[in-house]
Write a protein that binds this ligand. Structure first.
Ligand code: UGA
Length: 432
């Protein structure tokens, strides 16, 4: 099939590359010329395990093209995916202006029947909005359909998630168009659900909001565990064995960040309000998440007479492991508070340092965790990268000024840390 993907961010680039790998002729379009130049050289513009290799293979075979010319992409393709950003406005509402711009460009170039697929995360009703814009502005009198096909991939495992999705949701206005999308996804041999357009749009938000709710729920339980002398990791394990609850997304920590959960939860609250509904549960989920960092900072501050001139080592900057993404990363929030309190900060992250340097000044960037720990009054773990789980803790203790670890992601066994002679403050567990 001839496919065009508009927008080469996380979702667009990974989708385009995987569709090419499934044997389709794919053209990925972006209006950012610099990005397209980089991609044309075979260099991925995001860090994602497995992406570069798959990109090269499909570029070499001639199935994957990059272009900054949207008209070329639209004219050459039967199926056009919209995968542009949908950032939040100040009031939490989703800003659809990029989606609108793309819809206008499609209208100017659509010259025969085509299927337009919304892959960007957009509120219920956006399918109709896109349809209206194209209908009103189309240059030629041609027919088209607008489909919603939300994306569920996670950063850090995006290729795998796209090749082996747990479900494929196709919100289609009629049977014919649904069949066409089924055909495109058939090689994956995964469960597919066909719905109307609005339901597919809602499935995406409801799923992200539910997962965010699980996280704030377990974090609230962790708050109680800290006072009750219980261990949140055991509590979550015990809960997770119940298949109705499930064990995933019950990891207590510093709360959810990244480019999706924070913005999508806000957006769903806003959509609910628009329809006259108060989504109280979700509002509390957001509030609990917003409190995570200040609670953690308070627990750090309790250990020192003053934070001024104390040296803190930070392990992990990315909003989660296996990505260099710093959007809504807890690290930035925590480091800025430490700097406000006039503490000194050294940092290390396996892949997010270059991105961090663009937005984070006044800290020392280190080559490895041991350099971060050297002379530190406290070590703070923010991202649960695997390499932090297997550090030589004897060596860390030796180089630190005061052997105290604040672990925002519960990566160590408290008894082990006690045995090694550390003070250890983690989430939802007794302080050691
Ligand atoms: C999330 C969803 O998991 C994807 O299904 C969805 O497609 C994507 O948003 C999106 O809408 O585009 P992502 O933001 O890449 O994916 O990352 P997650 O792995 O879901 O983690 C989100 C945040 O929750 C991270 O800050 C992570 O540290 C936190 N988290 C996750 C926890 O604090 N505890 C957990 O148990 C799980």
């Amino acid at each position: 099939m001839n496919v065009c993907v508009i927008g080469t961010g996380y979702v667009g680039l990974v989708t385009g590359v995987v569709f090419a790998d499934l044997g389709n002729e794919v053209i990925c379009v972006d209006n950012d010329e610099k990005k397209i130049e980089t991609l044309k050289k075979g260099i991925p513009t995001i860090y994602e395990p497995g992406l570069e290799e798959m990109m090269h293979r499909n570029m070499q075979d001639g199935r994957l093209l990059f272009s900054d010319d949207i008209s070329e992409g639209v004219r050459k393709s039967e199926v056009i995916f919209i995968a542009v950003g949908t950032p939040p406005r100040d009031n939490g509402e989703t800003d659809l202006s990029y989606v609108e711009d793309v819809a206008r460009e499609i209208a100017a170039n659509i010259d025969r029947y085509k299927i337009i697929v919304n892959k960007s995360t957009v509120p219920a009703g956006t399918g109709d909005f896109v349809r209206e814009i194209i209908e009103k502005n189309k240059k030629w009198n041609v027919d088209f359909d607008v489909v919603s096909n939300p994306e569920f991939l996670k950063e850090g495992s995006a290729i795998n998630d796209t090749l082996y999705p747990e479900r494929i949701v196709i919100g289609a206005p009629n049977q014919h168009v649904a069949m066409k999308l089924l055909e495109l996804y058939a090689p994956l041999e995964r469960p597919m659900l066909i719905t109307d357009v609005a339901s597919a749009e809602m499935i995406k938000y409801a799923s992200n909001a539910f997962l965010a709710t699980k996280i704030s729920f377990i974090n609230s339980i962790a708050n109680i565990c800290e006072k009750a002398g219980a261990d949140i990791t055991l509590v979550a394990k015990g809960m997770g064995y119940d298949s109705r609850i499930g064990s995933s997304f019950l990891q207590a920590g510093l709360g959810f960040g990244g480019s999706c959960f924070p913005k999508d939860s806000q957006s769903l609250v806003h959509t609910a309000k628009k329809f006259g509904e108060d989504f109280n549960i979700l509002q509390e989920v957001i509030k609990e998440n917003d409190r995570r960092v200040s609670r953690f900072i308070e627990r750090i501050a309790e250990r020192y007479d003053s934070m001024e001139n104390k040296l803190f080592g930070i392990l992990g900057l990315a909003f989660k492991p296996n990505t260099d993404d710093l959007r809504d990363a807890k690290s930035i929030e925590i480091i800025n508070i430490l700097l406000e309190k006039k503490a000194k900060v050294k940092v290390y992250d396996p892949v997010a340092m270059e991105n961090a340097k663009k937005i984070l000044q006044g800290v020392k960037y280190c080559k490895n965790p041991y350099e971060v720990a050297e002379g530190a009054d406290g070590l703070i773990i923010i991202t649960e990268w695997n390499e932090f789980k297997y550090l030589n803790l004897d060596k860390i203790k030796e180089v630190m000024k005061t052997p105290i670890i604040f672990d925002g992601r519960n990566i160590y066994d408290p008894n082990n840390l006690k045995r090694l002679g550390f003070r250890y403050i983690s989430i939802g567990r007794k302080e050691i």
